[in-house]
Design a protein around this ligand. Structure first.
Ligand SMILES: Cc1cc2nc3c(=O)[nH]c(=O)nc-3n(C[C@H](O)[C@H](O)[C@H](O)COP(=O)(O)OP(=O)(O)OC[C@H]3O[C@@H](n4cnc5c(N)ncnc54)[C@H](O)[C@@H]3O)c2cc1C
Length: 444
C-alpha cells in the first residue's frame, strides 16, 4: 500500500454524467506527490485538479487520483517582468484577485475562475482572446513535472521539447505537474469596455466574428441553438478591450443552485422562450458597457453548482473546432442537426481560435469553435454521434476537456500528433502507471 493516506470517493466530471470510484490522495506538497508516485501500490494513477473538466479526463475508476488543489503556494512573482512561479493548485481566481490590482493577469483564462493552473496546462486551455494570445501553453516558461516513477524533472519547450509537448494538453498522462513558471500579462486596470450586438443568422454572425477577431482583444458569442430556417444560428456577439480603470476588483456575491432541477423543467419550449428573451435583451442597435474582468471572463461562476440545473442524469458538453475554410459549411450542418434534435440548452458559445497549440494533443487549431451543453436524455448519444461525424467530415476535432464519449477510432484523424504522443508515453511510462478513464476509453 501507499504511505500517503487515500480515501475512496465517488467523483464526477463537471457534467455529472461520468462517475468513478477512486482512491484519492490529497497532496499538499511536491514531496507527497513524489511519495505517492514512488509507491508501487498506488497505480494506476492520474492527477486531479478542481474537477472542472466535463467528462472523464480527471476520473480513474478503481485506481488512484492525486488531487493537487491543496498545493496553492505562490513561490515568487517578479513585478517587473510579470513571471510568476506557482503550485499547480493555484486557480485563475487566485491570480485575478491578487494580481489584477497590481496590473497583471493570467494571459489566457478559461470561462471559470475555479480551474487550477495544473489542470489547465494539462488541457492547454484557451480563452476569449485566442487569436491574439494563444492558449495557456504558449505562456508557460517551464514546468516541474513528477514523472510516472516519481523522478522530478524541470521541462520547457527548448530543452525538452517532446516531453513539454506531451505534457501541455497531455491530460495528466506524463506525470503530475508540481510547479509552473508562467508569464503573466500587463493590463491597464481591472475593467473592459464590452460591446454587444445581435446577429440575425449564422452568415451575419460569422461575418461579424471574422471582423471582430482581428479588431478586438476578446470576442465571444452566444448562439441560439434552437433557432431554425432563416434565423438559424442567430445570436449575440460580444467583443471587449482593456480600458484604464483605477477601481479595485471586488469579489461578488454568488447565487447557489440548491437542488437538481426536475428534467421536465428543461424542454425545447422553456429553452426556446429563454432564448427569445435573451436575444432581445440586447437592443437592435447594440450596446456598450463597462464590465470588470471577472464579470466578463466568468459569467457562469455567478451561480455556484449551476451544473445541477440539468437534472439528476447530468449533461454532456460538445465542443468542436472546425478549420476556417470549412467552418461555415460545417456550422450550418451542426446547427441544423442540433435545432432539429430540440435538445440544445441555452448554453451555446462560439469563439475563434487563431493558431495551433504547443501540445501534441492541444485542442486549438485556426478555426471556429462551437460549444453546447446537452442534457442527458435517451436521444443524446445519437445526436453526439451525428455531431462527431459532421466535425470529422470537415477536418475538425473535439475538445478532450469537455468530452466523455468520443470513440477511440476517431482520435487519429482529429489529433494527427497522436502517434508522437503515444510513442513518448511508451518510453516514459512503459508500465502505464498513469491512467484515467479518458485515457482508457480513448486507448491512449
Ligand atoms: C464553466 C466552465 C467554463 C469553461 N470554459 C473553458 C474555456 O473557455 N476554455 C477552455 O479551454 N476550457 C474551459 N473549461 C474547461 C476547463 O478549463 C478545463 O477542463 C480545465 O482543465 C479544468 O481544470 P481543473 O483544475 O478543474 O482540472 P481537472 O478537470 O480536475 O483535470 C483536468 C485534466 O488535468 C489533469 N491534471 C489536473 N491537475 C494536474 C496536475 N497537477 N498535473 C498534471 N495533470 C493534471 C487531470 O488528470 C485531467 O486530465 C471550462 C470549464 C467550466 C466548468
Amino acid at each position: 500500500m501507499t504511505d500517503a493516506p487515500a480515501t475512496i470517493q465517488k467523483l464526477t466530471g463537471w457534467g455529472r454524467s461520468s462517475y468513478a470510484n477512486s482512491r484519492v490522495i490529497e497532496a499538499k506538497t511536491t514531496e507527497q506527490v513524489v511519495e505517492a508516485l514512488r509507491s508501487p501500490a498506488a497505480a494506476p494513477v492520474v492527477a486531479r485538479g478542481a474537477g472542472r473538466s466535463y467528462g472523464d479526463a480527471a476520473l480513474n475508476e478503481g485506481g488512484y487520483l492525486i488531487r493537487t488543489t491543496g498545493m496553492k503556494t505562490v513561490h515568487s512573482f517578479d513585478a517587473d517582468s510579470g513571471e510568476i512561479v506557482i503550485d499547480p493548485g493555484v486557480t485563475f481566481g487566485d491570480l485575478l484577485y491578487n494580481y489584477a490590482s497590481r496590473g497583471w493577469i493570467a494571459p489566457v483564462t478559461p470561462g471559470t475562475q475555479f480551474a487550477t493552473l495544473g489542470g489547465s496546462v494539462a488541457n492547454d486551455v484557451h480563452g476569449k482572446n485566442h487569436d491574439h494570445d494563444g492558449s495557456i501553453g504558449d505562456h508557460v516558461r517551464w514546468l516541474e513535472l513528477a514523472l510516472p516513477d516519481g523522478t522530478l524533472q524541470r521541462i520547457d519547450s527548448s530543452t525538452t521539447p517532446d516531453l513539454f509537448a506531451a505534457t501541455v494538453g497531455g491530460i495528466g498522462l506524463t506525470g503530475v505537474i508540481t510547479r509552473i513558471g508562467l508569464q503573466m500579462k500587463r493590463v491597464p486596470g481591472a475593467a473592459l469596455l464590452v460591446r454587444e450586438r445581435r446577429a440575425a443568422n449564422l452568415d451575419e454572425y460569422l461575418d461579424a466574428l471574422q471582423e471582430a477577431r482581428t479588431r478586438c482583444r476578446y470576442s465571444v458569442g452566444w448562439i441560439d441553438g434552437l433557432s431554425t430556417g432563416r434565423a438559424l444560428g442567430r445570436g449575440i456577439l460580444e467583443t471587449a478591450d482593456h480600458i484604464e480603470d483605477p477601481r479595485p476588483l471586488r469579489r461578488r456575491w454568488r447565487a447557489h443552485m440548491p437542488i437538481d432541477l426536475p428534467e421536465l423543467a428543461f424542454n425545447s419550449w422553456s429553452i426556446g422562450l429563454f432564448n427569445r428573451l435573451y436575444f432581445q435583451r440586447i437592443p437592435a442597435r447594440g450596446r456598450e458597457r463597462r464590465l470588470d474582468l471577472a464579470q466578463f471572463f466568468y459569467p457562469l461562476d455567478a451561480i455556484s453548482d449551476w451544473n445541477r440545473m440539468y437534472g439528476r442524469r447530468g449533461f454532456v458538453q460538445f465542443q468542436c473546432v472546425i478549420p476556417d475554410a470549412q467552418a461555415r459549411a460545417a456550422l450550418h450542418q451542426l446547427l441544423a442537426a442540433i435545432s432539429a434534435s430540440g435538445l440544445a440548452s441555452f448554453l451555446a458559445v462560439i469563439k475563434t481560435l487563431g493558431r495551433a497549440g504547443v501540445g501534441f494533443l492541444s485542442f486549438p487549431t485556426p478555426g471556429i469553435t462551437l460549444a453546447l451543453d446537452f442534457p442527458v436524455r435517451n436521444n443524446t448519444a445519437a445526436l453526439l454521434d451525428r455531431l462527431h461525424g459532421i466535425t470529422t467530415d470537415h477536418g475538425g476535432r473535439i475538445y478532450l476537456a469537455k468530452d466523455s464519449c468520443v470513440p477511440a477510432g476517431l482520435m487519429p484523424q482529429m489529433y494527427p500528433k497522436l502517434t508522437q504522443f503515444r510513442a513518448l508515453l511508451g518510453q516514459l511510462d512503459p508500465q502505464r502507471r498513469m491512467r484515467s478513464d479518458m485515457a482508457h476509453r480513448l486507448q491512449l
